[in-house]
Design a protein around this ligand. Sequence first.
Ligand SMILES: Cc1cc2nc3c(=O)[nH]c(=O)nc-3n(C[C@H](O)[C@H](O)[C@H](O)COP(=O)(O)OP(=O)(O)OC[C@H]3O[C@@H](n4cnc5c(N)ncnc54)[C@H](O)[C@@H]3O)c2cc1C
Length: 236
Amino acid sequence: MWQFETEISEVVNRTPGVKSFRFAKKERKLPYRAGQFFYVTLKINGRNNVHHFSFSSSPTQTDYIEFTKRITDSEYSGALSRARAGTWAEIEGPEGAFALPAKPAKLAFLCGGIGITPVRSMLCYVKDRKLAHDCTLLFGNRDRDNIIFKAELETLELNSNIRIHHFLAEAKAVDSVNVHPGLIDQDAIVNLIPDYAQRLFYLSGPPSMVQALYSQIQSLGLPARQIKYDIFTGYR
Ligand SMILES: Cc1cc2nc3c(=O)[nH]c(=O)nc-3n(C[C@H](O)[C@H](O)[C@H](O)COP(=O)(O)OP(=O)(O)OC[C@H]3O[C@@H](n4cnc5c(N)ncnc54)[C@H](O)[C@@H]3O)c2cc1C
């Protein structure tokens, strides 16, 4: 575990209302596994306020660690909107078992919106380390403009062991074979991941989405040991 006071080194705008915040590693190692999370304390009106976030960076990124947050109307989000390079923070981590298996395996990732953060970390790690893990991602968003890490996901898809399908809730029609209108559901899982029974599933996103997809996967006959999940509390 590591824990220390530091400062934000960079803020990156992602999509409308979503920003990434980086902490330079400097000469620190800051070990973590792709998909884990860490704690970020900010000082707000003289009081410490702590939230936890998945690493959206991959351990292969040597210069910094990063988290990515949807900016809501919360006090904590307000502080993040005002944050700049140099803003004080305390960070502590890593934690969590939402991480890649050590040996090559068949994986399926089902994400909604901001739930992409730990999966971005894992897919970047698979690509950078040239791992043989076979990955299919179904990623749900409202529309194209709200796809976080869109350009980077397009680059990841160039790897033969990474397949990505987008689901756009507000789209009536779509113009690409890997973009689908509507929500991720059981039919989508069966049709797009025909070998689903052999895969380890990772669900991440708002509580309602994760709970709904968990039940649907269970009703396909998958045992609990084949389903990992990260419930992003605080979002609907
Ligand atoms: C493992 C994990 C990884 C996460 N990773 C990310 C990430 O990468 N990016 C991201 O944006 N968010 C992530 N979250 C969610 C994040 O921790 C915050 O809860 C979320 O950002 C909402 O914060 P807020 O400041 O917008 O709203 P808040 O005002 O803090 O919360 C909104 C509502 O949610 C409730 N709530 C907040 N936190 C919790 C909690 N821990 N348990 C129960 N209720 C709670 C509050 O009581 C409030 O009613 C993650 C959560 C978990 C559990």
